[in-house]
Design a protein around this ligand. Structure first.
Ligand code: PMP
Length: 426
């Protein structure tokens, strides 16, 4: 039995930073990442057998809890028939039919293998469809690591973006305009000045990559309106929010419909899956129907499709969502009460099955600059106290938390008890 410390040292010999995705390295919070051996329901277990109540849930997919027996069985059954064929299967039709039946305005859908592929392809399609190059994104929203999307705000409002990573050509960032989330006036001004050249807006309908920031009333509606007026395509990136707010995602929850929607995470039930889809007229531009190219060796992989279908079966059952919503709210209320009792300045956001906590004096948090002004040091100490107490939170203060149907009242109570002790110790 190796400790996480030993494994991390071994991992760093041949894996950059010891991890295959940066946030796993605990760089933000310090210390050694926990190496996980297995998972069940609301829990992950490390290599030394320690159990953690998990609010990361593989960064969102495990809405029905880890290692759900029905998903596992579906995967094993498909594995017995073969892992990948590179040819069409009936499973792909079944999943596409299900998604198009459920999601508002989804006429056609294309499967890919990650959220990054989904958003990258949706952007290309929006550009190909409109014949325009500029895209609009919002500061603090993350849409995967493709070049056009790894762009941060330039200096001053309404400037075009600058690369947020070496290796992203400045010329490409020039085509990405970065605006402030929840700022309707800024949005309208950008479209008044540049609307004719904007191919699309891409946005997280509830931001989950700058902690958890729900849209303020009117923000999503304003996005719809400026797109309708300018001819730009509205891409709602529901890679994280898809199926986390009810079957119709954030679009059903907030009543705003996208032209294109990107999905991932939950539709794969833990297997690598993404998807993009939407209005027929736009989707018909994609190859082989149209000229916009997009492809994938493992796209629509049968094992992943089987996991996705089993997941949709589970979450489509009557009464699936209300208890998860209630427990998410109860968790936030419990955390708030615990912080108040300890006199720690703290506030929470929650929506559907996503939540976030902020170490701040502010009453509410609704954009990136406010998130960045929170007390990161305090979060880091809180994170390690919770980890020691067996609660696994995202290892960075700018990530949303997730709940699942496997989290019980007892798990929520145990989490709040751990938080009460942690706040008191801060
Ligand atoms: N869009 C959103 C909203 C996401 O949260 C993420 C990943 N966290 C992505 C896209 C990229 O997905 P992936 O990591 O599967 O490439």
């Amino acid at each position: 039995m190796s400790t996480s410390q030993e494994l991390f040292e071994r991992a760093r010999r041949h894996i950059p930073g010891g991890v295959n995705s940066p946030v796993r390295a605990f760089k933000a919070v310090g210390g050694t990442p926990v190496f996980i051996e297995r998972s069940e329901g609301a829990y992950v277990f490390d290599t030394e057998g320690k159990r953690y109540i998990d609010y990361v849930l593989s960064w969102g997919p495990m809405l029905m809890g880890h290692n759900h027996p029905r998903v596992r069985e579906a995967v094993i059954k498909q594995c017995e028939k073969g892992l990948s064929f590179g040819a069409p299967t009936e499973l792909e039709i079944q999943l596409a039919d299900r998604i198009c039946d459920i999601m508002p305005g989804m006429d056609l859908v294309r499967m890919v293998s990650s959220g990054t592929e989904a958003t990258m392809s949706a952007i290309r399609l929006a550009r190909g469809y409109t014949g325009r190059d500029t895209i609009v994104k919002f500061e603090g929203c993350y849409h995967g690591h493709s070049d056009s999307l790894l762009v941060k705000a330039g200096s001053g409002a309404l400037t075009l973006g600058v690369p947020s990573s070496p290796g992203v050509p400045a010329a490409l960032a020039d085509h990405t305009m970065t605006l402030t989330y929840n700022d309707i006036d800024g949005l309208r001004q950008a479209f008044a000045e540049h609307g004719d050249s904007i191919a699309c807006i891409i946005v997280e309908p509830v931001a989950g990559n700058m902690n958890c920031i729900p849209p303020l009333p009117g923000f999503l509606e304003a996005l719809r309106e400026v797109c309708d007026n300018s001819g730009a395509v509205l891409i709602l990136d529901e890679v994280m929010t898809g199926f986390r707010f009810g079957l119709q995602g954030a679009q059903g929850y907030y009543g705003v419909e996208a032209d294109l929607t990107t999905l991932g995470k939950v539709i794969g039930g833990g297997m690598p899956v993404g998807a993009f889809g939407g209005k027929r007229e736009i989707m018909e531009q994609i190859a082989p129907l149209g000229p916009v190219y997009q492809a994938g060796t493992l796209s629509g992989n049968p094992v992943a499709m089987a996991a996705g279908l089993a997941t949709l079966d589970i979450i489509s059952e009557d009464g699936f969502y209300p208890p998860v919503f209630t427990r998410t709210r109860a968790l936030c209320d419990g955390l708030q009460a615990a912080a108040d009792k300890a006199g720690v300045p703290f506030t929470t956001n929650s929506a559907g099955t996503m939540f976030g906590g902020f170490f701040t004096d502010a009453d509410s948090i609704s954009n990136y600059n406010q998130v960045m002004a929170c007390d990161t040091e305090r979060f880091n100490r809180f994170f390690h106290l919770m980890l020691a107490a067996g609660v696994y939170l995202a290892p960075a203060s700018y990530e949303a938390g997730f709940t699942s149907s496997a989290h019980s009242d007892e798990d929520i109570e145990a989490t709040v008890d751990a938080a009460t002790a942690a706040f008191a110790a801060l």
